[in-house]
Design a protein around this ligand. Structure first.
Ligand code: M6R
Length: 365
């Protein structure tokens, strides 16, 4: 049932504040502002490293998770798309743990990577939406994302819930490994707890702007997304979402890679969507934006209030989200990129919930 929404995708985008709060309450104790025991089913204290494998959007969630595990838990992370991971013959040690991220829990390549790690004696954790799935059944520890059924082929609420779970696991791992102090833990949990409320606000705030920008985007053949740090996987997620439902060619690049190739593409016909919260990477990303502007590129700047005030560059549009703590920025910045892809597809009249050539769950190699 779509309720009063036109598509499941729209319904699922607007469900995010609610389902994220379910995900967070599963892993956190809000009375004490701590990470709870559901996040510690893997003994992160004793593992030497983490291998992560997943496909598509789930893989991009894993890439953001990698930044968090390395930063907060000082845990080295090896990550790859499952179709490569399963055949790479990477050396693995039984002292490592492995995480498999999958909404459906049935993706063939992800399952094959899981079995490869199991054969190598690794402890297996699954971050899944469908708790009765094959991936969940074959894992030692199951970390549900609590998103509820996701019907739209384009993954939206599963992505942000995967991120909420990965953030909880990374902070929990940091606590176990002594790299996150009790004070830091409290601070981070408080920041995460604010997220549902901020999400509701942001959805209402950016919707009209995303709808009007979608007209502009629908005329384009190619779109480039740029970001640094955790905004880099988000740039790839923005591009994936746009291509899968609007069929517009889009690529997500690390902003620092611009001058190693893609800058040759810049002209007035290809909009560049820059994702840049006012964080420790902001100035660097703005200098990449400058290179785009100097070549006549049209910029759609997705930033926050502080970022909008700090940059004087001309843009086609500037989306100023509220200033938010770094740990929740990837989830908050997901919202405008989801809405932009959604409205572009609706404007172009594609089959939003069931895009051509795609299946919700890819159970064959
Ligand atoms: O069910 P899974 O999370 O394992 O699915 C992985 C990908 O097939 C999936 O995320 C796909 O990329 C989405 N359609 C993207 O929106």
């Amino acid at each position: 049932d779509k309720g009063n929404h036109r598509h499941f995708m729209e319904k699922e985008i607007y469900e995010q504040p609610e389902v994220i709060s379910h995900a967070l309450s599963h892993y956190m104790n809000f009375a004490e502002n701590t990470i709870g025991s559901n996040a510690s089913e893997i003994d992160f204290k004793s593992v030497s490293g983490l291998a992560i494998s997943a496909c598509g959007t789930a893989y991009l969630a894993g890439l953001i998770g990698k930044y968090w595990f390395e930063r907060y838990a000082r845990l080295p992370v090896e990550i790859d798309v499952a179709s490569e991971f399963r055949y790479r013959e990477m050396p693995l040690q039984p002292s490592q743990a492995a995480l498999f991220i999958s909404q459906s829990g049935e993706t063939a390549d992800t399952l094959a990577s899981l079995r490869y790690c199991k054969d190598n004696g690794l402890k297996i954790g699954a971050v899944v939406n469908v708790q009765e799935s094959t991936i969940a059944r074959e894992s030692d520890a199951v970390f549900p994302i609590m998103a509820g059924p996701e019907i739209g082929v384009a993954s939206t609420k599963a992505f942000t819930c995967q991120l909420a779970v990965l953030a909880s696991l990374a902070i929990g791992a940091g606590k176990a490994r002594g790299t996150v102090s009790a004070d830091e833990e409290k601070g981070l949990v408080r920041q995460l707890a604010e997220m549902p409320r901020i999400m509701s606000r942001v959805l209402n705030l950016v919707q009209p702007q995303m709808e009007s920008l979608s007209r502009e985007l629908s005329k384009c053949r190619d779109v480039l997304y740029l970001g640094r740090g955790t905004s880099f996987p988000l740039a790839m997620e923005g591009a994936l979402k746009l291509k899968e439902i609007s069929y517009i060619h889009a690529e997500g690049y690390a902003a620092g890679e611009l001058k190693h190739g893609p800058i040759a593409l810049i002209d007035e016909n290809m909009p560049v969507i820059v994702i840049a919260p006012y964080d420790r990477f902001f100035e660097k990303t703005v200098s990449n934006m400058q290179e785009v502007a100097a070549r006549g590129g049209r910029i759609i700047f997705i930033t926050d209030e502080a970022g909008a005030a700090a940059s004087k560059l001309p843009t086609l549009a500037t989306i100023a989200l509220p200033n938010v703590p770094e740990i929740i920025a990837p989830m908050i910045f997901s919202l405008p990129i989801q809405l932009l892809a959604y409205h572009t597809a609706v404007f172009m009249g594609t089959d939003v919930d069931q895009p051509r050539n795609l299946a919700k769950s890819v159970t064959v190699e």
